[in-house]
Design a protein around this ligand. Structure first.
Ligand SMILES: Nc1ncnc2c1ncn2[C@@H]1O[C@H](COP(=O)(O)OP(=O)(O)OP(=O)(O)O)[C@@H](O)[C@H]1O
Ligand code: SF4
Ligand SMILES: [Mg+2]
Length: 366
């Protein structure tokens, strides 16, 4: 962890117990990530790859029953570093076989009390979140102005209502909402979807967080509004510069915003590093899954000719029955004789192959 690191996640595992299958769903299964101050980490991957559960685990929003979370999440804010998962192990007894969790015994109430005590002052203050559906995250019975003003009074040094209202107006101007004075008086349902997402972004930034987590911030908006929100996020990145974890399965938004990128598949990170490497199809260390993801971005010509998007062949990994070998093996088109046995039977590490660049694939090992 260097002095610029805001978030460092190591070997994060979040499992849910499926009663019907009598087995664990390993939604997040050994994730390592790092975000430096002022930078945006983009997390990409197909649906179900564990992006949202990673974010929810960081913020303690995975409920105690029936999940289990292990690993460490070091978060630095105002010069103080804390492990956000600190103490959880005291409430859990794990039965493991070959390093795999087979059974869990847990004091659920003690676990939840510990999470609440640890994260009470962090959630919404030092870590803010923007989700896909802004209306769900806002109080429908309170005006936008009151909600942002309350956030400011609760989480910043401003305690005076008039000053906080001025500041709320400032944040509405920052997110380029039209008629900010008028919007202060609106209820969430009085705003369009795009405007509501701008208000949500204003509210998230108004607590001046050390980390912003944006999970699919443009999904669900119509396409012209989507591109306007992306433009806004690009402007805010340059003007406000908040450290951000940006989750999306839309590589186009990641292309515009991310400094570094992590590619998730089947609950783990297959590749991470500088955005210009990961998102370049010509990069010499491309993971076969990332290459397939990039090829699946529709270009205009492709849509015109075929009328549909190109999908990656094969099924998304079943995270209940994770194989011993590479998680991408059954869908990979780069396996060759020399490595096939390893691909099939042994999972590669996420290995550093150049400064900050890590790939989990036997193709790049000696
Ligand atoms: N509360 C839960 N109980 C059981 N399984 C869950 C729970 N939450 C998530 N999962 C499972 O964990 C896996 C990862 O889910 P997650 O929501 O993190 O995917 P995602 O990468 O965010 O996908 P999307 O792009 O569709 O949002 C999925 O298989 C999902 O069904
Ligand atoms: S380890 Fe083997 S199966 Fe996995 S991505 Fe690399 S080449 Fe493909
Ligand atoms: Mg998600």
């Amino acid at each position: 962890m260097n002095e610029n690191t805001v978030l460092k996640i190591q070997d994060l595992r979040t499992y849910f117990f499926s009663r019907s299958k009598q087995a664990f769903i390993r939604s997040v299964d050994g994730v390592d990530l790092q975000i430096n101050r002022g930078e945006t980490l983009g997390i990409v991957g197909e649906s179900g790859s564990g992006k949202s559960v990673t974010a929810l685990s960081v913020t303690g929003l995975v409920t105690a029953q029936p999940g289990v979370i292990t690993g460490s999440v070091e978060f630095t804010s105002n010069g103080v570093t804390k492990n956000l998962l600190h103490g959880l192990e005291d409430f859990v007894t794990l039965d493991t076989v070959d390093g795999r969790i087979m059974e869990v015994e847990k004091d659920n109430r003690g676990w939840q009390r510990n999470v609440d005590r640890h994260l009470h002052h962090i959630r919404g203050r030092e870590i803010s979140m923007i989700f896909q559906n802004p209306r769900v995250s806002m109080n429908p019975f309170m005006t936008i102005g009151k909600q942002i003003t309350e956030t400011i009074i609760l989480n910043t040094a401003i305690k005076n209502v008039a000053e906080a209202t001025d500041r709320a107006k400032y944040w509405l101007e920052q997110v380029k909402i039209d008629s900010p004075n008028l919007r202060l008086e609106n209820f969430p349902y009085g705003l369009s979807g795009g405007m509501c997402q701008r208000a949500m972004i204003a509210m998230a930034l108004s607590s001046e967080p050390s980390l912003l987590i944006a999970d699919e911030p443009t999904t669900g908006l119509d396409s012209t509004i989507q591109s306007k929100i992306i433009d806004l996020l690009v402007d805010l990145k340059n003007e406000v510069g908040v450290t951000t974890m940006l989750i999306s399965h839309d590589i186009n938004i990641i292309l515009r915003l991310a400094n570094t990128v992590a590619v998730m598949y089947g609950g783990t990170v297959l590749e991470s590093g500088p955005a210009q490497n990961i998102l370049s199809i010509d990069d010499e260390y491309k993971h076969p899954y990332t290459a397939a993801l990039l090829e699946s971005i529709p270009d205009e010509e492709h849509i015109k000719l075929k009328g549909h998007l190109k999908a990656i062949e094969g099924d998304v990994l079943d995270t209940v029955n994770i194989p011993d070998g590479c998680r991408f093996y059954t869908r990979c088109n780069r396996v060759h004789d020399r490595i096939e046995d390893k691909c099939k039977h042994s999972e590669p590490d996420l290995r550093e192959i150049s400064e900050g660049r890590r790939v989990r694939c036997w193709l790049y090992y000696n």
